[in-house]
Write a new protein. Structure first.
Length: 319
C-alpha cells in the first residue's frame, strides 16, 4: 500500500510538472519592450499606441523604447533587449540573413505584421524639363534625397535595372524640402523621394499651384528590382494623389513589426490578436499609418512567427 501511494505521488508530480511546463510556456510575460526610434519619427508614436493596446488588453506592462531606429532594432531583438520592434522590410530581410549592413545573421527575428507605413519611390520632375521616362533622367540634375537614405539605394537598383547608373545623372543629395524648392526654382530637373504618400514637400508645391509631374517606372524595371530585392514590391500611385495625368507605376518598401522568435506561439498569437483587433488606434497614432490594414499585414519578405501565422490563417488573410 505504501509503495502504491509513493507511485501515485510520483505520477502526480510528473503530471503536474508536465502541465506546469505547458502553463509556463503559454503564460504572458510581465513586461514587453517595443523598440521604436527617436521621438521625432513615425515609429515612436506607433510604438506608444501598440504598448497601450497590449497593456490594456493583455494586462501586461508594455512600453515603447527610444532606440537608434530600424537597423539597431534588429540587433536589439537578437540580443533580447526588446521583444517587439519596428523596422523596414529591407532591414528585416537583411538582418535575418546577415547581409550588409549586418555582419551576421539574426535568427531570432520573426515577422509580426507588415505594411505598417508605406515608403513609396517617387520621381518628381519639373514641368518643361524634358523628362517623360526614366531614361530621360540621364544627364539631368537630379536630387536623390539624403545621402545614405533608402531613396539613394533604391535609385541604384532602379537605374541599374534600366541600363544606366547614378553616375549618368548629375546627382545631388539634399533633403526632400530643399530638393523640392530647388526644383521649383529651376535649379533641379528631378527629385527622387522615398516616403509615405503624400510627400509633404510635393504636397506643398501642389498647394501653391506649382507644376510638376511624377513618372512611372517601366514594368521590366519593377519586375527586376522586386525579384532581386524581395523587400520591394510593385506599387501604384493613384493619379489623384498629385493630380497627374495617369496612375504612376513604381516600387514600394514598407515598414513592419518584428518579434522575438523565441516567444511561444500562444503568446505571440495573443499579442497579434490584440493589436489587430485595435488597429484603429495604431492608424490614428501617425498619419503615415492610416492605410494599415489586416489584408496586407502578413505580406513580408521574412517568415512569420508561428503565432502570427496562426492568427492570420484563422482570419483567412493567408491560406
Amino acid at each position: 500500500m505504501k509503495h502504491r501511494m509513493v507511485r501515485i505521488v510520483v505520477f502526480s508530480c510528473i503530471l503536474l510538472g508536465a502541465f506546469g511546463s505547458v502553463f509556463a510556456q503559454t503564460k504572458l510575460p510581465r513586461f514587453i519592450e517595443i523598440g521604436t526610434a527617436g521621438t521625432g519619427g513615425a515609429y515612436y508614436p506607433i510604438g506608444i499606441a501598440m504598448a497601450e493596446i497590449l497593456t490594456q488588453k493583455l494586462k501586461i506592462q508594455a512600453t515603447a523604447q527610444v532606440t537608434g531606429g530600424a537597423v539597431e532594432n534588429i540587433r536589439l531583438i537578437q540580443e533580447g533587449s526588446v521583444k517587439i520592434a519596428l523596422t523596414t522590410t529591407a532591414n528585416a530581410y537583411r538582418g535575418l540573413k546577415g547581409l550588409p549592413p549586418f555582419t551576421k545573421p539574426s535568427p531570432k527575428v520573426a515577422g509580426l505584421f507588415s505594411n505598417l507605413t508605406q515608403g513609396v519611390y517617387q520621381i518628381a520632375v519639373r514641368e518643361n524639363a524634358g523628362i517623360k521616362t526614366l531614361q530621360d533622367l540621364k544627364g539631368k540634375r537630379v536630387s536623390l534625397g539624403p545621402q545614405g537614405g533608402l531613396g539613394v539605394e533604391l535609385s541604384n537598383y532602379v537605374f541599374t535595372a534600366a541600363g544606366f547608373s547614378i553616375a549618368d545623372v548629375k546627382a545631388t543629395f539634399l533633403s526632400y524640402e530643399e530638393s523640392a524648392t530647388m526644383m521649383d526654382d529651376g535649379n533641379l530637373d528631378a527629385v527622387v523621394i522615398q516616403t509615405a504618400l503624400p510627400n509633404p514637400a510635393l504636397r506643398q508645391l501642389q498647394s501653391t499651384g506649382k507644376k510638376f509631374n511624377v513618372i512611372s517606372l517601366p514594368a521590366n524595371v519593377i519586375q527586376k528590382v522586386s525579384s532581386d530585392h524581395p523587400y520591394f514590391e510593385a506599387f501604384t500611385i493613384p493619379a489623384s494623389m498629385y493630380n497627374t495625368t495617369a496612375d504612376v507605376q513604381t516600387l514600394n518598401g514598407t515598414n513592419m513589426a518584428i518579434i522575438d522568435k523565441d516567444l511561444s506561439e500562444d503568446v505571440v498569437y495573443q499579442i497579434v490578436k490584440a493589436l489587430m483587433e485595435d488597429m484603429d488606434k495604431i492608424r490614428a497614432s501617425q498619419p503615415a499609418a492610416k492605410g494599415f490594414n489586416l489584408e496586407k499585414a502578413a505580406i513580408m519578405p521574412i517568415p512569420l512567427h508561428p503565432g502570427a501565422e496562426r492568427y492570420y490563417r484563422e482570419r483567412n488573410v493567408i491560406k
